[in-house]
Design a protein. Structure first.
Length: 422
């Protein structure tokens, strides 16, 4: 039997293990349609018409991309069995090196250097964890601290004294070209502004995906199906995933476990570096100290929410980007409308928990739903502090509700030594 076939067997669920059914495309589309209809209903009731506007969707996409890229980075590493808490630090390296090269030689060179900067951080993490067997969490935290200190030190030499720069920020970087589909984009904007039920919401979503879209956003979106194809449809991906499930079995069949772990973690760092470069070059056009804002950790949370799968991770990143964009566009009014949406969703959860005979969880969900309905009915806006915290609260809530269905790679985070199965 070939190594690739055995690798496939090592990552497949065992018989009788209660394999979870995968959602088919029609079911996924039905869920999306139902969710959009519910959002449209909430928009009509609350009057928060900006919830599904073209600007809201476009803003949500731009905010979701760096989180999604960081999540992809985490997925590459953890599918090979290496926990990458250092995503935040690798993003920081990506922002700095992307900006440093970008303002001198152009934005696309900056993107390349951002990827290389993150990849160097990934290589360091691989050396520490794979070769020397240091605890993965300790190594990741150390890289986060090192990246923050190193970029501050380098800024003193590279940016301080340069026109438009300082010890905490870079000069302005030229923008990457953006695309808009002429005619269609304008028509969708007009349709969205009519505020019709569901029709205007669909127009807003589609319009946001084709209006003022950066070419780097297109590249980032293509990396999601690209990652799925490489990891789940190639022999290389099967071997890599076998290292995260059973490295002893993989090595016994001739798989170079160290090599695959190194490749995965360097790729992880490169993805995180690209996320950082996106922040500096596309989102802001400038490097600023601390601009990652914990997005590396949120990307890790999105990956966990997505059950270590690219599609689920993308949904988690999109959810955070959407709530973060709500905060920026319309602020308290939009977040207030989301109270009603959450209350209705929790009612659905109540019936689902009752169907599964989980009565305690159903009672808790019903109580929280009632509180949200009451909060929405008795107020017109929410406090500014809650508006700022809404994206993070939403992330924690979704993770808590999805925690029971998660399954991480079996050897994820475990120290592996060559030949330990002999």
């Amino acid at each position: 039997m070939s190594a690739s076939k055995v690798a496939a067997a090592s990552v497949a669920p065992k018989k009788g293990g209660g394999r979870r059914k995968l959602l088919t495309l029609p079911v996924v589309l039905l869920i999306i349609a139902g969710g959009l209809a519910l959002v449209s209903l909430v928009r009509l009731i609350s009057g928060a018409n900006d919830v599904t506007s073209v600007g809201q969707v476009a803003g949500a996409l731009e905010l979701a991309v760096p989180i999604g890229l960081a999540g992809l980075g985490g997925l590459w590493a953890e599918r090979a069995g290496v926990v990458n808490i250092g995503l935040e630090g690798m993003m920081i390296l990506g922002t700095w090196f992307g900006a440093w090269a970008g303002f001198q030689w152009g934005p696309w060179v900056g993107v390349l250097f951002g990827i290389l900067g993150g990849a160097v951080g990934g290589l360091l993490h691989a050396i520490i964890t794979v070769t020397f067997g240091v605890n993965h969490i300790v190594s990741g935290v150390a890289i986060n601290i090192l990246a923050a200190g190193l970029t501050r030190y380098l800024s003193n030499f590279a940016f301080d004294g340069v026109e438009g720069g300082s010890s905490k920020q870079s000069p302005r970087i030229d923008a990457i070209d953006r695309i808009t589909i002429p005619g269609l984009s304008d028509w969708l904007i007009d349709l969205q502004q009519k505020h019709w039920f569901l029709v205007s919401d669909i127009a807003g979503v589609v319009g946001g995906l084709i209006t003022n879209l950066s070419w780097l956003t297109v590249v980032a979106l293509l990396l999601i199906p690209g990652t799925w194809w490489v990891l789940w449809r190639t022999s290389f991906g099967l071997r890599l995933r076998s290292c995260g499930e059973s490295p002893v079995a993989a090595e016994s069949l001739g798989v170079n476990v160290y090599k695959y772990k190194y490749i995965a973690v360097v790729m992880s760092g490169g993805m995180a570096g690209l996320a950082g470069a996106f922040l500096a070059i596309v989102s802001t056009g400038i490097y600023q100290e601390g601009q990652t804002g914990g997005r590396g950790y949120i990307g890790l949370a999105a990956m966990i929410f997505g059950n270590w799968m690219p599609g689920g991770m993308a949904l988690g990143a999109g959810l955070f980007g959407f709530t973060d964009s709500l905060k920026l566009r319309g602020g308290a009014e939009n977040v207030h409308a989301m109270l009603l949406l959450l209350a209705i969703l929790l009612v659905v959860v109540v019936f689902w928990q009752l169907y599964r005979k989980k009565y305690v969880a159903a009672v808790i969900s019903a109580a929280v739903s009632a509180l949200l309905f009451t909060w929405y009915a008795l107020t017109d806006q929410v406090p500014s502090q809650f508006v700022d915290a809404a994206p993070y609260v939403t992330t924690l809530l979704v993770l808590s509700l999805s925690a029971q269905r998660l399954r991480m790679p079996k050897a994820d985070g475990l120290v592996y030594r060559k030949g330990q199965g002999k």
